[in-house]
Design a binder for this molecule. Sequence first.
Ligand SMILES: C[S@@+](CC[C@H](N)C(=O)[O-])C[C@H]1O[C@@H](n2cnc3c(N)ncnc32)[C@H](O)[C@@H]1O
Length: 196
Amino acid sequence: MRTAYSARADEYTTLLGSTGAMDPADRRFISTWAARCGGPIVDAGCGPGHWTNLMAELGADVEGVDLVPEFIELAKNRFPTVAYRVALLDDLGVPDHAAAGILAWYSLIHLEPGRVSTVLRELRRCLRGDRTLVVGFFASERLEPFPHAVTTAYSWPVGQLKRLVENAGFVVEDAHVRPNLDRPDRQHGTMLARRV
Ligand SMILES: C[S@@+](CC[C@H](N)C(=O)[O-])C[C@H]1O[C@@H](n2cnc3c(N)ncnc32)[C@H](O)[C@@H]1O
């Protein structure tokens, strides 16, 4: 995974490294959510850092973390006033309950399904009180791997992912999908989960 992204970090950044190229509904959702967090936000699996930067521009106290050093270097160069560092999703290097919000935007998609619960528990450890996690993911009728442009990814039935998130200590307050024009069988999903 790391090797695959390292090799294509520049290409990914050119194609997908700008919030201007993202769906306006996603921009609105993430912007509104970030403005309500009221404390430090972690962009977990930030890639080249564009969502982190958007949230920083809106005034959020935010840091982006990713396991791919090339992404972190690109992010630092592109957005020098924003904080980025290398870290793993299952060991974020954030003190217990330090985060007022965590964004996991299409960053859980490459995890083997059996590893997702471990990562969700790590995200919960980092969150404080009743704060929220936002997950962007691919939604489908069945849990299935697919050949994502960079490396294997998984799409999830909304209900199945919701159960996993709730079993890790969250209540899912919102889960919605929007069509994927390229792949009607693989929609874009967003989940807002509150820590309990
Ligand atoms: C599809 S990209 C999404 C990047 C960014 N969030 C975006 O929306 O463009 C998936 C990202 O998750 C990161 N990632 C995947 N598994 C990870 C892990 N176990 N620890 C840290 N980062 C991970 C990858 O390096 C990559 O940057």
